[in-house]
Design a protein around this ligand. Structure first.
Ligand SMILES: [Zn+2]
Ligand SMILES: [Zn+2]
Length: 670
């Protein structure tokens, strides 16, 4: 007998091995096989009684050991892996490496049941949730159920604080009662501790938490538990939870579906958690529910074209009104010198008033560190990272001042004099650290906390900041986009965005979409029971159209506007966009390889292929980067297109013309 084995590496295709004829080996079992001079653990993909005539029997090696009697990777999983390998154009070995906890691929790890676990009974205890559904939530539930009859994917478009979580919880309960499994995806698990606590109270030991911050050993145990499926389960997790061995999924929820953190950028598979979740639901005949206050343009388009259903919740919980939005023109403020550091006079005055009333305030600046760069006051030179084409960010912390690259982490000391001309260096712009300094100085009696990547690195640090803010031990919370996500605080009356412009000036066709989503989400943190919250936005460009939609909380209007722009300039969802990233340590080699690749692409794809473009950051970690975009019309057979592209990449790699060059296709670029 012969088997095809998937090995957990970035190698194309599968490897064939021989097993004893009487061995009843199943697809999905783990085997130990020889590879060159090593032994590796792989997953059986297919079994054959006869060898393919294309292979030479004398070169096929024997399997070293078989680790499982029963499959530990289900047929459904293998199907999903194959789909991902095709769809995201990466070796199936890359999918395996992303899908299974490392410990599962350890030959010592056993899937056999221990005696005490066998007693696990099928016994459902769902604690009653104290929350009753509101009329609006009841309506949404019925609506979603009705729409599911017709469309398997439904968008729950509910404004911030409309109580989507309660709707999810009720729908999950229904599925558990029917003996089904539920997958509840959240964008970043570290940011949703409030949610997990809540779910834990409702679902108790039915709840399984699965994400990359859970240790690998624990993830392996969770994998085993889902594989057995002794009882109905709800798994709450980040995107990697789509890889669990579900057997009987009834419902997949993708909360905050617009979040870009669902996308895995590196390494391959460069997948989008939302797309894989929808495919997973489809495979298992489960319902899918996408929830958000600020839907992605893609999802809105799928609703518009009738592919997805849509249910709306327009009222906020407990009659809360959507916050009032005030813009402050920074040009005018600076011109009149009505600024305290980076806070305008009117903002300072409003903060003082709210503090006097005993209220809490959130200040949003989507830039961590003290300042984004230093510059020589004479010759204008800016200290750059030695490994990347970016300026170094200034940090000022208890451990001292230093410059850091936010792409590779390289650090160096602060320079007081310019290395080129010896003149004085000045700090430009501001990040959360500088804002914290200024705020502490302006409001000495207020207690101030900062929430960003740097202040939350320590274990539990994130949780501690959230707790002290929700217990009102902190008056002013300063933060990056971390503060925009799914947090609810009763006493926050004022939210301020310190410099909205940085959100618009991103080199991506999604930059307005992201800016709108981020501003609407951060605005959603303002307001408490019975009182309208306020959002103050400081900007150099108060006439930017995004603000018109934001002021009216007009997601539909915003969608119509962006839809038109995307259609006019042919961006997703009006085309299939594929990005090819070419990398090499030597700039000329990168450029030459990209030009070679483009030549082959234009032969096949013609005008669909862009010129070779340097991305906004042309070098990261000493690799020079070039990009080519393919825009394939929606009416064209994209599967065929990807096959043709795959063929070009294969031929190019075989020709040796691009030896040592990294070429990465991304079929769902963000
Ligand atoms: Zn200088
Ligand atoms: Zn760097």
């Amino acid at each position: 007998m012969y088997i095809e084995v998937i090995l957990p590496f970035a190698i194309q295709g599968t490897y064939t091995y021989r097993t004893a004829a009487d061995m009843a080996l199943k697809a999905g079992c783990r085997v130990v096989v020889p590879l060159a001079k090593k032994e590796v653990v792989g997953i059986v993909y297919k079994t054959y009684t006869e060898l393919s005539p294309l292979l030479d029997d004398s070169k096929v090696r024997d399997v070293t050991a078989v680790l499982d009697e029963e499959a530990v990777v289900t047929d459904n999983q293998l199907l999903l892996w194959q789909w991902m390998s095709d769809y995201y154009m990466c070796p199936i070995g890359d999918v395996l490496a992303a899908a299974l906890p490392k410990k599962v691929m350890d030959r010592q790890f056993s899937f056999s049941t221990s005696p005490c676990e066998r007693k696990n009974q099928v016994h459902i205890t769902i604690v009653q949730d104290p929350f009753e559904l509101t009329e609006q939530q009841e309506r949404a539930m019925k609506d979603i159920r009705t729409q599911w009859q017709d469309k398997r994917v439904v968008l729950l478009h509910g404004v911030t604080s409309s109580g989507k979580t309660e709707v999810y919880i009720h729908l999950i309960k229904e599925q558990l009662r029917a003996g089904k499994q539920v997958l509840y995806l959240v964008p970043e698990i570290a940011l949703t501790a409030q949610l997990t606590d809540r779910l834990q109270r409702v679902f108790g030991d039915r709840l399984l938490v699965y994400h990359s911050r859970v240790s690998d050993g624990k993830r392996a145990e969770a994998y085993k538990q889902v594989l057995r499926h002794g009882k109905p389960q709800v798994v709450v997790g980040a995107r990697s939870a789509v890889f669990l061995p579900f057997r009987d999924l009834g419902l997949v929820i993708v909360d905050e579906e617009h979040e870009q953190s669902y996308k895995q950028q590196d390494p391959a598979p460069r997948y989008h958690g939302r797309s894989v979740a929808i495919m997973l639901a489809y495979q298992q005949g489960a319902y899918a529910l996408l929830g958000t206050a600020t839907p992605s343009i893609e999802t809105m388009y799928n609703v518009e074209t009738g592919k997805y259903g849509c249910s709306r919740m327009t009222e906020r919980f407990q009659g809360l009104r959507l916050p009032r939005i005030t813009l402050i023109d920074l040009n005018r403020q600076y011109h009149r010198k009505e600024m305290y550091g980076h806070l305008s006079d009117p903002l300072v005055a409003r903060i003082q008033e709210e503090l006097a009333k005993g209220k809490q305030i959130i200040l949003f600046q989507n830039r961590r560190g003290y300042a984004p760069y230093m510059q020589c006051s004479n010759c204008g030179s800016v200290p750059k990272c030695p490994n990347c084409d970016v300026s170094l960010t200034v940090h000022r912390t208890i451990r001292g001042s230093y410059l850091q690259c936010h792409y590779c982490g390289a650090e160096t000391g602060i320079m007081s004099a310019c290395s080129e001309c010896g003149s004085e260096m000045k700090i430009h712009g501001f990040g959360t650290e500088r804002l914290e300094d200024e705020v502490a100085h302006l409001f000495p009696k207020a207690s101030v906390a900062r929430m960003d990547l740097d202040s939350t690195r320590r274990k539990n640090a994130y949780q501690e900041i959230i707790s002290s803010f929700s217990e009102h031990k902190v008056d002013i919370l300063i933060g990056t986009q971390m503060v925009t996500k799914g947090l609810h605080f009763d006493d926050v009356s004022l939210v301020a965005v310190l410099q909205a412009d940085t959100l618009f000036n991103q080199p991506s066709f999604r930059s307005y979409e992201r800016a709108f989503q981020m501003l609407e989400q951060v605005a959603g943190r303002a307001g408490r029971k019975g009182q309208q919250g306020e959002v103050i936005i400081q900007t150099f460009d108060p006439n930017h159209p995004v603000f018109d939609y934001l002021r009216g909380h007009d997601t539909d209007g915003f969608y119509q506007w962006q839809r038109q722009e995307r259609s006019q300039f042919r961006f997703p969802p009006f085309c299939h966009l594929i990005t090819l990233t070419v990398k090499h340590r030597d700039e000329e080699r990168a450029e030459a390889a990209a030009t070679e690749l483009r030549g082959h692409l234009t032969d096949v794809f013609g005008q669909r292929c862009s010129a070779v473009m340097p991305p906004s950051i042309t070098r990261i970690q000493n690799l020079h980067i070039r990009q080519i975009q393919l825009r394939i019309e929606r009416t064209a057979p994209i599967k065929k297109g990807k096959e043709m592209l795959g063929q070009i990449l294969k031929e190019l790699s075989a020709s040796g013309l691009c030896k040592g060059v990294i070429i990465q296709p991304d079929t769902e670029p963000m």
